[in-house]
Design a protein around this ligand. Structure first.
Ligand code: FES
Length: 171
């Protein structure tokens, strides 16, 4: 879809409006990014630029912050967000294999984390604080609820994915 300059101006205005009541100070970058993420579901590059300019930091600084925190996403996330803990316990107990399994099962392209139909994204996360259940996988559902899968393995994950697909009318 083609965008005119006017579309971009409107869009930029909408983004700046998200920063209402936020002082133009560098330490407000995280809050500015949080507001963008909560409105769009991810951080579009032009929105990161606008946030950086607003709080007075460089684009590269804002980009580093955006990539550091797992709650931020640089691409649209799936309707179901699958988060795999890569803390020490989960990593050692096989979440790296679970990660590869899910990416392959869902045919996620290299360099991407979301399926082409937008139904799932597979992401790496930090420790969830329930290491006794390692390896842990969390599924964030579209209604905001979370399903925690402890002692996750390919068999269990496959069953969960197939169940979600069926509930969405997909094979
Ligand atoms: S290391 Fe995975 S939950 Fe703590």
């Amino acid at each position: 879809m083609e965008h005119s300059n006017e579309d971009y101006k409107d869009e930029s205005k909408n983004i700046v409006e998200l920063f209402k009541n936020l002082d133009k100070l560098p330490h407000n970058l995280i809050e500015a990014l949080r507001r963008i993420q909560s409105k769009y579901g991810y951080l579009p590059p032009h929105a990161i630029k606008i946030a950086a300019k607003y709080v007075g930091v460089s684009y590269s600084q804002a980009y580093s912050v955006a990539t550091f925190y797992h709650q931020y996403s640089l691409e649209p996330v799936g309707k179901y967000r699958i988060l795999l803990c890569m803390g020490t316990a989960c990593h050692l107990r096989g979440n790296d294999l679970n990660y590869e399994f899910l990416r392959t099962m869902l045919s996620i392209k290299k360099g991407k984390k979301t399926t082409e139909d937008g139904l799932f994204s597979v992401e790496v996360a930090r420790c969830f604080g329930c290491c006794g259940l390692a390896p842990v996988v969390v599924i964030e559902n579209p209604d905001g609820t979370r399903k925690i899968i402890g002692k996750a393995n390919a068999r269990v994950l496959r069953a969960v994915i197939l169940k979600i697909k069926r509930s969405e009318g997909k094979r």
